[in-house]
Design a protein around this ligand. Structure first.
Ligand SMILES: *[C@@H]1O[C@H](CO)[C@@H](O)[C@H](O)[C@H]1NC(C)=O
Ligand SMILES: *[C@@H]1O[C@H](CO)[C@@H](O)[C@H](O)[C@H]1NC(C)=O
Ligand SMILES: *[C@@H]1O[C@H](CO)[C@@H](O)[C@H](O)[C@H]1NC(C)=O
Ligand SMILES: *[C@@H]1O[C@H](CO)[C@@H](O)[C@H](O)[C@H]1NC(C)=O
Ligand SMILES: *[C@@H]1O[C@H](CO)[C@@H](O)[C@H](O)[C@H]1NC(C)=O
Ligand SMILES: *[C@@H]1O[C@H](CO)[C@@H](O)[C@H](O)[C@H]1NC(C)=O
Ligand SMILES: *[C@@H]1O[C@H](CO)[C@@H](O)[C@H](O)[C@H]1NC(C)=O
Ligand SMILES: *[C@@H]1O[C@H](CO)[C@@H](O)[C@H](O)[C@H]1NC(C)=O
Ligand SMILES: *[C@@H]1O[C@H](CO)[C@@H](O)[C@H](O)[C@H]1NC(C)=O
Ligand SMILES: *[C@@H]1O[C@H](CO)[C@@H](O)[C@H](O)[C@H]1NC(C)=O
Length: 362
């Protein structure tokens, strides 16, 4: 198919059984900075239990600010109440020095809430760089809506520079929080080990609560957003789902979407996304676990297709144990990605999907 030129289909299965980590998750290796709090101060967030420190020592040249009182609602996470802004200079960088140095792989998250902190009422726009590379553009389109940018990064140096770059003289860069979490180096691999992966989507499918989950449910502090899917039924378990090396939390894996038996939508679960640029490289991670105790005669087995080509299969998820199907060589060269998960001829049950992640290489 012409459209798929350059699209590589060397995908493999990631499959590990690991005992459940019942022990308390610790924050060793975490760097949690609440920008704009008083110099040298720290606190423990009462909701997540994460310990935040001020940004003193990580950056110089910033000015600490608080968002305007009308934006200070009870529902807002504490990290968004204050921020550091950078009126002086074109490029201001935070220097993070993680414990595992350049041999590690890290999840880095920069968060922004404008909240009219400067009383200008003008929504800023600026760029974010990581090391020497462009990461993303921060475009504030609503003063009260938090923006988060996640990236999985392997540094080429023992320290990592996260920089705010002025692109327009009338816009002042700012940042509300900066967080770093060490990941397992065997996960989220890219073809070139030096590439970074920018988060495009991280969804908890079939959520029964409509709430997002992060630390300490997630040992790596990824934020799993609930996603409500039209014409899909939810199946779930109240039992613990065992992790693999991707460590997707049990609370996320214990729910899944499946075709609604009451609606004739076929025997597949499908979704699609539009590439922002044909040259973008996408990595996809699909997390599966059987959540129902199947009868002897029941089989749940399915194939996964991307743009009509077999991506992986057949897959038969294991009861209460996570299987991750992931991209080895990224999808590239097409404007749209259509993912269809459909049951095999021998399957007696429709497919399911518990969670998914999509990243773009930067
Ligand atoms: C800025 O920091 C100083 C001390 O570091 C503190 O006294 C002041 O209240 C802070 N300002 C804001 C707006 O948080
Ligand atoms: C704040 O910092 C002090 C000194 O480093 C430390 O003893 C204390 O445990 C920290 N508190 C929190 C809540 O992180
Ligand atoms: C900004 O978001 C809030 C809350 O979601 C919404 O009520 C408000 O209308 C939005 N403002 C604009 C200008 O879009
Ligand atoms: C590595 O860090 C050193 C010291 O901070 C700096 O001089 C050098 O430019 C950095 N190299 C890269 C590739 O970032
Ligand atoms: C990437 O890292 C893995 C494991 O450390 C190694 O086996 C592989 O050869 C590396 N690939 C490249 C292109 O450096
Ligand atoms: C979750 O959100 C959907 C759509 O907004 C709604 O229909 C459903 O009732 C919500 N469920 C819960 C448990 O809040
Ligand atoms: C699914 O979740 C609901 C609500 O938490 C619970 O009542 C039900 O028992 C769960 N289903 C299974 C099969 O565990
Ligand atoms: C990382 O994952 C591998 C399996 O891929 C596992 O053997 C190893 O113990 C994990 N490392 C850590 C630090 O959890
Ligand atoms: C798409 O990416 C290419 C190469 O990175 C770049 O030259 C081009 O300007 C991009 N196109 C758009 C519409 O962003
Ligand atoms: C599954 O979907 C693919 C791609 O849309 C299609 O080619 C294939 O015929 C479907 N298979 C079944 C058994 O429905």
């Amino acid at each position: 198919m012409e459209m798929l030129k350059g699209f590589l289909f060397s995908w493999i299965i990631g499959f590990y059984l690991v005992t459940i980590a019942v022990a308390q998750e610790d924050q060793s290796g975490f760097i949690s900075i609440d920008c704009g709090i008083s110099a040298g101060s720290n606190y423990t967030d009462i909701i997540t239990g994460l310990s935040y420190t001020s940004d003193v020592g990580y950056v110089s040249g910033g000015v600490n600010k608080s968002i305007s009182p009308i934006y200070q609602t009870n529902a807002l996470e504490r990290q968004f109440l204050t921020l550091t802004s950078f009126p002086i200079g074109t490029k201001n960088c935070y220097t993070l020095t993680p414990a595992q140095g350049k041999f590690g792989k890290y999840l880095i998250r920069a968060s922004f809430l404008y909240g009219d902190y400067d009383g200008n009422g003008k929504l800023p726009e600026f760029d974010l760089h990581i090391g020497e590379n462009y990461w993303d553009t921060v475009t504030i389109s609503n003063a009260s809506i938090p923006i988060r940018k996640d990236i999985i990064h392997t540094p080429s140096n023992d320290s990592i520079a996260v920089c705010l770059v002025k692109t327009d003289t009338t816009s002042t860069p700012f940042i509300s929080a900066l967080e770093l979490r060490p990941l397992n180096v065997t996960t989220y691999r890219t073809v070139l080990n030096t590439s970074s992966l920018e988060l495009y989507a991280r969804l908890n499918l079939g959520s029964l609560t409509n709430q997002s989950y992060r630390y300490s449910d997630d040992a790596y502090d990824r934020i799993w957003m609930p996603f409500q899917w039209d014409n899909k039924a939810i199946i779930n378990t109240t039992q613990e789902v065992r992790e693999n090396s991707y460590r997707v939390p049990s609370v996320v894996m214990s729910t899944a979407v499946t075709p609604d038996p009451l609606i004739a939508t076929g025997d597949s679960v499908s979704f699609a996304w539009i590439a922002e640029n044909m040259t973008d490289k996408y990595y996809m991670y699909l997390h599966f676990a059987e959540v129902l105790e199947l009868q002897v005669a029941q089989i749940r087995e399915f194939n996964i297709y991307v743009n009509g080509n077999l991506f992986y299969g057949p897959v038969s998820p294991i009861y209460l144990s996570t299987t991750t199907i992931y991209t080895v060589a990224p999808g590239i060269g097409t404007g749209r990605y259509d993912v269809v998960i459909n049951k095999t001829a021998t399957s007696t049950l429709p497919p399911l999907l518990n969670a998914l992640e999509i990243y773009r290489e930067v």
